[in-house]
Design a protein around this ligand. Structure first.
Ligand SMILES: Nc1ncnc2c1ncn2[C@@H]1O[C@H](COP(=O)(O)OP(=O)(O)OP(=O)(O)O)[C@@H](O)[C@H]1O
Ligand SMILES: Nc1ncnc2c1ncn2[C@@H]1O[C@H](COP(=O)(O)OP(=O)(O)OP(=O)(O)O)[C@@H](O)[C@H]1O
Ligand SMILES: [Mg+2]
Ligand SMILES: [Mg+2]
Lengths: 152, 169, 169, 152
């Protein structure tokens, strides 16, 4: 229904406006409904402005900036309507060290609301896990799981 | 609901029975060399929750989810995944409110036959989608981000982004 | 031919004149934080060698390659890139065989007017494509791999892969 | 012409069969012409088998295996018909440490034939450069280049 959609849109947009400057260390972003007579047909546009830059088309953002903006939006949905878990497969691959740090800090702030399962090759991201599983193929072609005790 | 455990047997590169227990309130990391099977775990979760498109699971036919052999092992005849949710905080959908745990199981045989079970009781495909139906883990929604797809929300059209918004509504 | 130098002025985020000299026989690394302008250097090389599609340069209109302003700077009126090849080993195409260096320059003004030059002599768009025409740097060929596009050869269709093969022929 | 295409295909295929086992530390791969009456219409298929795995559809390869296979093919073209330069923008992002090592060693073996320009966030890749440029935005929104002397 129109009312429910608008309620969701407003709530997610509010979260997005909060999270974006945290993960980008400044700047601002918001969601905008595309112009349509009927709320049930309107699309969702994203306006994102990294710190110190002019407002411009989303395509001109860099690879890392696009990934970071997407992560901010995914987390906005997540904070509005949590799920049993959040599963992220190498979303940190395009990020530089500083942004990996901001990404992991944001996740650590959300673990009271939900579980995260994070697949990564990045050593910095590996520092923030509570439980670590190593997947190996000692026998070529056959996957095995090894649990690594992080406390050590 | 909380994700408690995942059990794989004969699913893609997981030939032998493999169990992962997840950190209830925190971060579980999954690491390993290229090609070792990390993203196959993501596919297993998508599949057991009702994904029906082989190409979304990086295969050509659904049979591609069954362990297909290696240099030292023969192909197996069936693939089975069970995902176990803990419902201690009672946030499962109405129908499952009274259960303490909800185990969703999906099996596929080489013959093409499928089996679906909830708490070991046979059911239909549409039933195994119910436990997460009203959350971000349903369908192709925001709480599972596959490898290389993180900026889909950015490159999507405004109309496609609306669909994500509706899943959250 | 060897790539010797790249000069950017008003191209995307390179508002001030910027020069990169490349290692003749070795590896030149380009590093820096997210959004600082590394991939814009790749776009500059594609553009100066004759790329005509704005969307391939991550823009919507060709004017998106002209510095558009920042918190502290005003937009500029033109974008200019020069790429300098060293032809000491004489492997340039026939027409340029006798030149010791080949400098290809491309300019775009806010008005939409374009200028193309080889060794400071005005020429046409098709002329600036000639120096690399018969190599892997021509068109969309194999010697420039943009960010996020490394596995295009794998996900392409057999017919599309043939085109790469023909560029090499 | 048909003859020229076939010559190129055979030569690139030979290089590909050489490079694949080097970059994968084993396994084998080859190019296959799709079946067509006329050589001028045939497409190019890739058959890739990482070490210890069965032959299967390219799509089942992992993210890192796909990138590595693509790199092997790009270098095969490159060795058949060198260019003035080879420009790679974060192709090492999906690779684990061992594969980054193989990738950089392969490039080091090719520098006698050509120049490489490599954009990366990976510390291991940064170890093999001869010349390093840092791109900065000290003034937000304005890119500047700083040359870093590697000898130091
Ligand atoms: N049905 C199957 N039977 C056997 N092996 C399979 C099957 N389906 C996929 N595989 C194997 O799984 C491997 C891919 O695993 P996966 O994509 O999970 O790797 P990954 O750990 O995510 O690697 P990366 O770090 O490169 O992303 C492939 O090499 C493929 O051979
Ligand atoms: N015409 C323009 N005028 C001013 N700035 C521009 C213009 N076009 C692009 N930009 C800026 O360039 C930045 C993107 O740069 P680029 O893609 O080169 O980053 P990068 O260094 O490759 O980052 P990453 O490591 O995330 O890939 C954007 O933030 C955008 O604001
Ligand atoms: Mg993977
Ligand atoms: Mg980039």
């Amino acid at each position: 229904s129109r009312r429910r959609f608008k309620e969701t849109f407003d709530a997610v947009n509010e979260k997005f406006q909060e999270i974006f400057p945290v993960i980008f260390n400044g700047g601002e972003a918001k969601l905008v409904l595309t112009d349509s007579q009927d709320l049930l047909l309107a699309g969702v546009d994203i306006v994102a402005q990294p710190p110190g830059k002019k407002l411009q088309n989303l395509n001109l953002l860099s690879g890392g900036e696009k990934a970071l903006t997407a992560i901010a939006l995914i987390f906005s949905f997540f904070l509005y309507k949590p799920s049993p878990f959040c599963l992220l497969d190498e979303v940190d691959a395009p990020l530089d060290d500083a942004n990996v740090g901001r990404f992991t800090r944001l996740i650590q702030n959300m673990t009271d609301r939900s579980q995260f399962i994070i697949i990564t090759h990045n050593k910095r991201t590996m520092e923030v896990g509570d439980l670590l599983y190593g997947v190996t193929m000692e026998e070529a072609g056959v996957s095995k799981i090894v649990s690594v005790n992080l406390a050590s | 609901m909380r994700l408690k455990r995942l059990k794989l047997n004969g699913f893609k590169s997981f030939c032998d029975e493999t169990v992962l227990d997840f950190e209830q309130n925190g971060i579980t990391l999954v690491v390993g060399p290229n090609g070792c099977g990390k993203s196959n775990v993501v596919d297993a979760i998508r599949w057991v929750l009702g994904e029906q498109s082989p190409s979304f699971l990086r295969g050509q036919a659904m049979g591609d989810v069954i362990f297909n052999g290696s240099a030292t092992r023969k192909p197996v005849g069936r693939s089975e995944v069970t995902i176990l949710f803990d419902n201690v905080n009672g946030t499962a959908p109405e129908k499952y409110r009274d259960y303490e745990e909800i185990a969703v199981t999906r099996r596929l045989y080489r013959s093409g036959e499928s089996e679906y079970l909830i708490n070991k009781i046979p059911c239909r495909l549409m039933d195994i989608r119910e436990p997460v139906a009203d959350t971000g883990a349903a369908g192709r929604s925001y709480s599972i981000v596959e490898q290389g797809r993180v900026d889909e929300l950015i490159t999507a059209s405004p109309a496609e982004r609306r669909i994500y918004m509706e899943e959250a509504a």
